[in-house]
Each structure stands twice: as C-alpha cells, then as structure tokens.
Design a binder for this molecule. Structure first.
Ligand code: AMP
Ligand code: ZN
Length: 115
C-alpha cells in the first residue's frame, strides 16, 4: 500500500468505489468518469506505479489481471460485441493515476487510432 495513492485508498476502503469484483489479488470497480457506456478499471491490490514497474515475479498476477478482466467483460455482456483493454502509461500514455490499472471499455463501437 502506498499511502499517497488514490487506488490504494480505494482498495483499503478509505475512498468509496462502486465494486465490480474483488479477491485476494485484484480489485475491479466502475470508473468515476466513464468514457464508454461500460467502463471498469481492474487493478492489482499490490501497488505497482505502472506496467514498467512489473517484473517476472508479477507474471502470475498480470496473467490473473487479464483473465479476470475477461470474466468481468463476459459478466457485463461485452464479449459478443467486443471491447477494448487499455493500460495508459506515463506522460505520453495519458496516465493520471499512478497505480497500474487496466481499463475495460465497451458498450459502443470505439474509434482507432486513439487521440
Ligand atoms: P488513467 O488516465 O489511465 O490514469 O486513468 C485513470 C482513471 O481513473 C480515469 O479514467 C478516471 O476517471 C479514473 N478515476 C479517477 N478517480 C477515480 C475514483 N475515485 N473512482 C473511480 N475511478 C476514478
Ligand atoms: Zn497504489
């Protein structure tokens, strides 16, 4: 837990969130400012600032993050029409919260390339 991290505070329950899924390793919740009709964030409970901070010791954790995202996407009815996963990283990636998070975006057709 990083004491100055917004998402660590959400995991700890110190800041409220709209939970979608939780287990020992990952936490998923609705984005407070949805960019798409369905917009969920899934995060590791372990504080990692961004994807660059992960290493091979995190292989199982990152695999679980992706596979649980698939389960969540399915549970929210996104699988048939499709969806997008996004991990914004650093300044050019548009990252604003510095605790690794995977965006699950769905519910409408998404444009490409991103802005
Ligand atoms: P990023 O720009 O990839 O760092 O994404 C951070 C995301 O966190 C944005 O989509 C925000 O809307 C979302 N966010 C910020 N604060 C909260 C919060 N308290 N609860 C839920 N989502 C949040
Ligand atoms: Zn954190």
């Amino acid at each position: 837990m990083a004491s100055d991290c917004l998402f660590c505070k959400i995991i700890a329950g110190d800041i409220p969130s709209n939970e979608v899924y939780s287990d020992d390793d990952v936490y998923a919740f609705y984005d407070i400012n949805p960019a798409t009709p369905t917009h969920v964030l899934i995060i590791p409970k372990k504080h990692l600032t961004d994807i660059n901070e992960a290493n091979l010791e995190d292989t199982a954790l990152l695999g679980k993050l992706l596979l649980k995202a698939n389960e969540i996407a399915a549970s929210l009815g996104l699988t048939q029409d499709g969806f997008r996963y996004v991990i914004n990283t650093g300044k050019n990636g548009g990252q604003t919260v510095f605790h690794l998070h995977l965006h699950i975006l769905g519910g409408r057709a998404l444009g490409w390339p991103p802005g």
